[in-house]
Structure formats: structure tokens, C-alpha cells
Design a protein around this ligand. Sequence first.
Ligand code: UD1
Length: 420
Amino acid sequence: MDYLKIQGIDSLNGTIQISGAKNASLPLIAMTILAKNKVSLKNLPHVADINTLLKLLSNLGAVCTTDETSTIIDTSTLNQTKATYDIVKTMRASILVLGPILARFGHCEVSLPGGCAIGQRPIDLHLKALEHMGAKIDIKSGYVQATAPNGLKGCEIIFDKITVTGTANIVMAAALADGATTITNAAREPEVVQLCEVLNNSGVTIEGIGTAVITVHGTNGKLINIDEFSIIPDRIEAGTYLCAGAITNSELTLKNVNAKHLGAVLSKLEEMGNKFTITPDTITIHPTANLKPVKIITQEYPAFPTDMQAQFLALATQAHGVSIIEERLFENRFMHVSELQRMGADITLNGHVATVNGKNELSGTDVMATDLRASSALVLAALVADGETDIHRIYHLDRGYDSLEKKLQAVGATIQRLKE
Ligand code: UD1
């Protein structure tokens, strides 16, 4: 197993190229199940979750080929409709194949994903919405068994809660349904927007893209032609490197980034005293010696993303004063707190609210990554800790960060990937 060794007290300087967004790529790969042509995707990030989903599609019979710049997916050969436990257990987002497979074949089986490190993460809203569309759903032997022998029917869906993969799943199911499906309380994340835009450019008319009410006009079972497209930049990766600049008091330029997707993150960094220069596809963060404390509540887009909570918690340890960070989306998403405390962070956890009493002198030690974003919080803390930090179980990090150690090395960090 790999681990990262990071030498602290580095100041960084230089440019980091941001990769394509993992959370945009996953639904867009699943979407290729709806295509009648071979689909070419550009700017997919090199991260484990993408390989997992491509493997799942290959297991189902699709042919996926990758060259330097693009991945081509041919789902015309798809001949299986069961997403098995061995893959789904490694990546919950495998549930994204449910909507498109059901829409195309009229039946689909997907292993129930179960809980995960950050909370229960049920899929009840996905299933309820598919039932509204006419699917029959059974849960048997740990699998969701969905059938719709007469196809899915357009209808009105009101999500009780905003769900990102739930919205993506239903948009994809609705794309081949008979008639129009209106989703109220839809997710507005840029990743959902890109899915809708690509479908809209492929002959599936979608109204209300980027709003909380989306109407998808289905093709009544006709597969669609999808032209080549490029994945949007990863706003969470970008946000993480902005935190790396802020925590090390450095000047860093991010390239291939869309500042419009980072509104809440940039606004919180500004509140902490950071300054930026922004162009249409770059953001430069300037050095800031005295970080101010911050109050954050994680919520759905466009509010502050839960996927940046752990990184800001690490950053808050270097701010002068009391920061309060409230997690509203996932009940167990503070596993990184105990690891940060072991490095010397003064954090008090009360339910889903973390209070950080900064500024803390952090010191390097052995720490364990517990989930994807928690891992990057430990990397940030290690960059400013006194001495050396070994971060174990970085397979979590590899799920979502493309070449993290190489990108950080290139801007001056002392970071190595080693074998246990
Ligand atoms: C997606 C992102 C993840 C991010 C999360 C919230 C992907 C691949 N993952 O996850 O990085 O942290 O959005 O922004 O895009 N819920 C239910 N029932 C459901 C579905 C969700 O109760 O059927 C609840 C969840 O437990 C959670 C909330 O709704 O409390 C939001 O979850 P959701 O938006 O579905 O998260 P994911 O799509 O799994």
C-alpha cells in the first residue's frame, strides 16, 4: 500500500494545472449508455474512481479505449445489466448506471452500496423517483432489481432532499422516457449542469438547466447521438490547491479552472484575508500572512460545498481566532478531526459542528486518511506542520486527486509517494 511522506513548513510557488472534474466525469461516463454512437470524452481526470466506472462498463460489455487526450466509449456492445457488489462496494457512484441501463434495457440490477465512512448515504430518493416513472423496484439479496418492461414514463418528480447523483440518475432515465419528466428540487451543481448540457446538445431537450426545476423531454426509447465533449475543471481539486496556497502563505496560479464554479469557496477564502487575481481560466492566490477565522455551513450548490469542509478545517487551524464549521450534508464527515488533533489542532467537535481555536502549531506524525476529502485536509496540515508527516491509506486520495504529489512537487512541496 502507498503512503505519502510530507516535509512541513514549505512555501509553494508556481502553477498547477487543474484536471477534469471527477464528479462531472462519472455521470457523463454513465450517460454513454444512452448513446447509439461511440462517445469521445476529453479531459477525464486520471483517478481511481474513473477507472472503476470504466471497468464497470467494460464488465457490462462496453468497449472503452483511452489515448493521450481522450477516452472513447462504445456501449453498442453492452450485453449485461447487472452492476455487481465487487465494483459497487468500491465506489458508491456506480449507482449512476441504474437510470441509464433501466431506460435502455427495461431492466437493471445494481448492488446496494451500503453505508460509507462519511455516513449512511441512502439511495431511497433515486428509487422512489424511478418508481414514479413506472419502474418496479425490488430489493433482494443485497441488490436493487429494477424493471420497466413497457419503458419509463415522463412524470412530475419532487425530491424531498436535493441529491446530486439522484438528479443525474433521473435526468438520464428521463432522457429515454416516454414524455416529459419535471424534476423539482433538482441539484444545481455544475457537474449536473454539464450532464444536462451534453444531453441537450445530443437531441434531448432539457429546460431549466442550472435551476431547481428541470424538465427533460424523453426520446421514447430512441438512443441518442453524442458528440465529443470535454469535462469541466474540477472545482474541488481547485479549491484544495487554493487552500494549499492559503495555508502556506504562498503565491499559486491555477490553470484550467472556472472561478464561477468556486463562488462560495473564494468568498470564504476572501473572508479569511486571501486575495486573488482571476481570469476566465486561471486563478492566482496571493500570499497572506495573517489568516482570519471563518464561519462555514456546508450546503448544496451554490452554497459552500461539503467536499471542501475538511480542507477548510485544516486551513482554520492556521487562522488567528475561533472558526466554526458546520456540516449539514453528511452526519459522519468529521473523521479527519481526530487525525488533525493528533497533529496538534485545537478542534472541539459538538455533533455536526467543529470549533477550531487557532492558530495552532502543528507537528508531523503518522496519520491515517479516512475518506477522499479528509485525505487532502491531512496533506494541507502536513504542508505547514513542523517535521515530517506520513499519511497512510492514501488509496482514498487516489480516488479523486489526479497526480497530487506530482502537482505539489512541481510548486516546491517536499512530498513523496512511498510503499508501506
Ligand atoms: C455527491 C458527490 C459528493 C458530494 C455530495 C454532496 C458525486 C459522485 N458525489 O454525492 O462528492 O459530497 O454529492 O454534494 O457527485 N440522500 C438521501 N437519499 C438519497 C440520496 C441522498 O437521503 O436517495 C441524502 C444523503 O444522505 C445526503 C444528501 O442527501 O445527506 C445529499 O446527498 P447526495 O447529493 O445524493 O450525494 P451524492 O450524490 O452521493
